[in-house]
Design a protein around this ligand. Structure first.
Ligand code: ADP
Ligand code: MG
Length: 905
């Protein structure tokens, strides 16, 4: 292996002699210049070599040895290399770190190059750009997650005062999904949080925009590109070229911004795939408001697809994922990240789940069949971009067969709702003849790479069978030759062996070597090599046979590769139908998995309607209930009022009582219902939410270098500015991050704002008992508490949410439970008793006297007449009649009259 590498290195004259770059270095520098933004993997024999700065970057990133090789402009050239057979692994690590890699291959055999003269260099060029957002290999991808490439464009002119507008387009080239949307500044951050793109492309201008740059810098793998990629004038043409359609009208209405983003996305795909066009679905537009808007903080807070610590384990997704295929798992993650808002669409999904819940016989059958179905979408993508192997063809073969079988099984359903019958139709789309052809062509055991050969079934192609027979026949001849030579020489242990350097050779142990090297045997056996224990020879017969075998093998491999291309072409021609079937498989997996979960854990079908109701009976936390050993205590939650606004529950109770759990479970139930799943409750009716917000006080965000309290306030501000009557807001211990009175005041004012201005449904957990007094002035505020029992000086948590307020915080009891030393507990009790006694002696005056209390009435949007009245009073107070002349007095009177006149408009 190293032989090939060294051979290549010898192309260069010794370092000292190189006044100008060697021919190889010249070639390298030229190719590198064309790919300045990527690490260049430069193929040399069995290695990809990296030079100069690339070598330094890669050796640091990969922890591989940095060596040097020759000189360039008088300086050592740093170099490091990765062996071909481990290159995927290294690529993976570089990509994960956000690097881009240009893979430069040898385009001819080094022997060819030598024919052109000793100085000539092997032809090489970049055959592929590997970037985080454009991966197709299973080894580089997480099977259970989508990997999106996202393009972002901004409206060039935004009318004064209007928020920025963005067009976004995202593609998963490994599955062909392609979507577009428009959004504002807030929406952009929310979409990026939802999609978690592997790579984001933006224009140079946007990348250095002072307003956006700080945000973009916080994201992994943002790739700035030149203007032409975002050129509006050519966008339409680039997009229609890609899909080979006359105009993009066929794709439905698209805004200018969406069109530009879509065109940028596909242009980048073409560039990275060097002109190959992976099979993409036509862009589907996501109308704004069609999915539940969940911002980044809420997402991470609710631990939807991963925990705060970054693990999949412990997240809602992990708790509810019963899918059996990677595509199903990806679709479930997608749906969980983007629940719907339209009750009709949600109902459609729920109908499919319900079918599998009710039909207990079909469910396991379908899942068993799905379990055996391969990842059609990703195999198809690889075949189209020319990176597929024999196993991808087999995946298509098995996938088509599985699809057909599942469609047949679905026919047995008594009644199928729209989602299932549409899926069944899609499953029958691929032509069964294709699967048959693949079945006839492919061998039982398949190699990973087509270059290894041996994947075409014997009997499929007679020319191939002949070539193979010749190759195998010759091998038999070799076996006979070995017997003949052994007889002739009398050396029993004589062997004919093969290696890449000598080809076929005769090998005997050292003791027999001399015999073959002396007459008469030396006429036939030509000495080639003496090793420690063996001596090796060739013969003319062996040489001839060798050529024959090599020819036959070459011919056989050539025929196999031809067959591969033919079959791949047939698959590509059917890619539309195969993609449809793949999507249907994923959808059925999700529906049957959610049904399995519902049956397994006793979930119910929620009612999602356009009302403003929010009634959960016997709700449970889907993750916590699976993690704890004792039984989970189910709780009700009703945020419905008769008026056109939601109720706010103010939840008090000691630490560890279950406040946070209760808050989150209600938010999670809403998410699960709107993604079209059953929910952990006895009954649930939810007026579809448009936005969901969740915040926890004093979250740690040291990584971004902001004080925790600042974060808390920034996030609270975002909610108070955005939540509307359709929103659900969860605030957990807001105001905890600062001094007591500050915190209490902020929490106080925030609740009033939610009640009077946002008028949303909300749950607010707090340790400030004083806040419960607010229910006296805020009619839709409901006090609830989590019950605890005190028993022999210890607290017992009942986890039961009941109306009312907690009487005290039990902080010392909880501290005792936590194992604080008894002396500290005793001392704390004494201090508390003293503080409480002082408080009674000179009470803080009670909250009724706080000006804060007067505030809520005035919180409604200020009455313009009230402002006018205040202005009038101020003007009157400013007058001093004693100092006025009658004329002054008259003018003042006129002025007051004008001030009092009702304003128009
Ligand atoms: P708080 O926010 O009031 O401090 P948490 O919601 O963090 O309390 O709950 C503390 C622990 O109590 C949880 O980790 C969980 O194990 C348990 N718990 C909470 N709610 C319930 C419940 N309804 N049923 C059973 N255990 C619960
Ligand atoms: Mg808590």
């Amino acid at each position: 292996m190293d032989a090939a590498r060294n051979l290549e290195l010898q192309e260069d004259p010794p370092a000292e002699a190189a006044a100008r770059p060697s021919p190889v270095m010249e070639q390298y520098i030229e190719i590198k210049a064309a790919n300045p933004d990527s690490l260049l993997f430069y193929r040399m024999g069995d290695f990809y070599e990296l030079f100069f700065e690339d070598a330094e970057v890669a050796s640091r990133a990969l922890g591989i040895v940095l060596t040097k090789r020759g000189k360039h402009l008088g300086r050592d050239i740093p170099m490091c290399g990765v062996p071909i057979h481990r290159s995927d692994e290294y690529l993976h690590r570089l990509i994960a770190l956000g690097h881009r890699v240009a893979v430069c291959e040898q385009l001819e055999d080094p022997a060819e190059a030598r024919k052109r003269g000793s100085k000539s260099v092997v032809r090489r060029d970049v055959v592929r750009l590997v970037t985080p957002g454009t991966l197709t290999e299973d080894t580089l991808l997480d099977a259970r997650r989508n990997n999106y490439l996202l393009a972002v464009v901004r409206a060039r002119v935004s009318s004064a005062g209007e928020d920025m507008r963005f067009g976004i387009a995202w593609i998963d080239i490994s599955t062909g999904e392609f979507r577009i949307a428009e959004c504002d500044r807030m929406g952009l951050a929310a979409e990026i949080a939802r999609l978690e793109p592997g790579e984001i492309v933006v224009s140079d201008a946007l990348y250095s925009d002072p307003e956006l740059a700080p945000y973009l810098r916080t994201l992994p793998a943002v790739t700035p590109l030149t203007r032409d990629v975002f050129d509006g004038a050519t966008a339409e043409r680039r997009l229609s070229d890609y899909f080979a359609v006359a105009t993009t009208d066929a794709f439905g209405a698209m805004s200018r911004l969406e069109l530009n983003a879509a065109a940028a996305c596909i242009t980048y795909v073409e560039r990275t795939q060097l002109g190959k066009r992976p099979p993409l679905s036509p862009p589907v537009r996501e109308a704004s408001g069609s999915t539940l808007s969940i911002d980044q903080a809420t997402r991470s807070n609710l631990e939807l697809v991963r925990t705060l610590g970054g693990d999949r384990r412990g997240s809602l997704l992990a708790a509810i994922d019963r899918t059996v295929t990677p595509a199903g798992s990806r679709l479930l993650a997608q749906r969980l990240a983007a629940p719907l808002t339209d009750p009709a669409q949600i109902t459609k999904r729920l109908d499919a789940v319900a079918t599998f819940v009710v039909d207990a016989a079909t469910r396991p059958d379908i899942r068993q069949l799905l379990n055996a179905a391969p990842d059609l979408a990703r195999s198809l993508s690889r075949l189209v971009v020319g990176r597929g192997g024999p196993r991808d063809l087999a995946a298509i073969r098995d996938g088509i067969a599985a699809a057909k079988e599942i469609a047949d099984r679905l026919d047995a359903l008594k009644s199928a709702p729209a989602e299932i019958s549409e899926a069944a139709k899609a499953l029958r789309q691929p032509n069964p003849a294709l699967a048959q052809e693949l079945g006839a062509a492919l061998a039982d055991e398949l190699p990973l790479f087509k270059r290894d050969g041996g994947f075409v079934r014997a009997g499929y192609l007679s020319a191939l069978d002949e070539a193979c027979a010749l190759r195998d026949e010759s091998r038999k001849v070799i076996a006979q030759l070995q017997v003949g030579y052994a007889d002739e020489t009398g050396v029993r242990a004589l062997k004919i062996r093969h290696n890449n350097v000598l080809g076929y050779f005769v090998e005997v142990t050292a003791q027999h070597g001399d015999k073959l090297m002396t007459a008469p045997l030396n006429a036939r056996f030509i000495h080639r090599q003496t090793l420690a224990g063996q001596v090796r020879f060739t013969t003319t017969e062996l040489g001839e046979l060798e050529a024959k075998i090599a020819n036959a093998a070459d011919r056989a491999l050539g025929l196999e590769l031809e067959t591969f291309e033919k079959l791949a072409a047939a698959v590509i021609a059917a890619s539309g139908a195969i993609k449809a079937a793949a999507e249907a498989l994923a959808l059925l997996d999700v529906a049957s998995a959610l049904a399995t979960l519902a049956v397994e854990r006793g979930y119910v079908r929620p009612i999602v309607d356009p009302s403003l109701e929010f009634v959960i009976e016997g709700g449970r936390h889907p993750v916590v209930e699976q993690m704890i050993s004792e039984p989970f205590v189910a709780n009700d939650c009703n945020l419905t009022t008769q008026a056109d606004a939601g109720k706010i529950w103010l939840l008090t109770g000691p630490n560890m009582a279950g406040k946070s759990t209760f808050l989150r479970q209600n938010a999670l139930i809403a998410v699960m219902a709107q993604m079209g799943g059953f929910v952990p409750a006895k009954r649930a009716t939810i007026g579809a939410l448009d936005r969901l917000f969740s915040r926890v006080g004093a979250a740690d965000d040291l990584a971004r270098g902001r004080s925790t309290f600042m974060v808390e306030m920034v996030e609270t501000a975002a909610i108070l500015n955005q939540a509307g009557p359709r929103s659900l807001v969860i605030l957990d211990e807001i105001g905890r991050g600062t001094a007591t009175f500050d915190g209490l005041s902020i929490a106080w004012a925030a609740i009033e704002h939610l009640h009077e201005v946002n008028r949303c449904r909300a749950l607010f957990a707090t340790h400030f008992h004083e806040l419960t007094a607010l229910s006296a002035t805020l009619p839709r505020l409901h006090n609830a508490t989590v019950r605890v029992k005190e028993w022999q000086g210890e607290v017992v948590f009942l986890h039961e949410v009941v109306p009312g307020a907690a009487d005290r915080s039990y902080g010392i009891q909880v501290a005792k439970l936590a194992g604080l030393p008894p002396s500290v507990i005793e001392r704390a009790k004494i201090v508390l008793a003293k503080l409480e006694a002082e408080d009674r002696a000179s009470p803080r005056g009670g909250f009724d006297d706080l000006p804060l209390f007067a505030a809520p009435a005035k919180l409604a949007p200020p009455d313009p007449r009230e402002a006018a009245l205040e202005a009038l009073i101020a003007a009157l107070q400013a007058l001093n009649p004693d100092e006025m002349s009658p004329r002054d007095a008259l003018e003042a009177l006129y002025a007051l009259k004008t001030k009092a006149a009702p304003k128009k408009g």
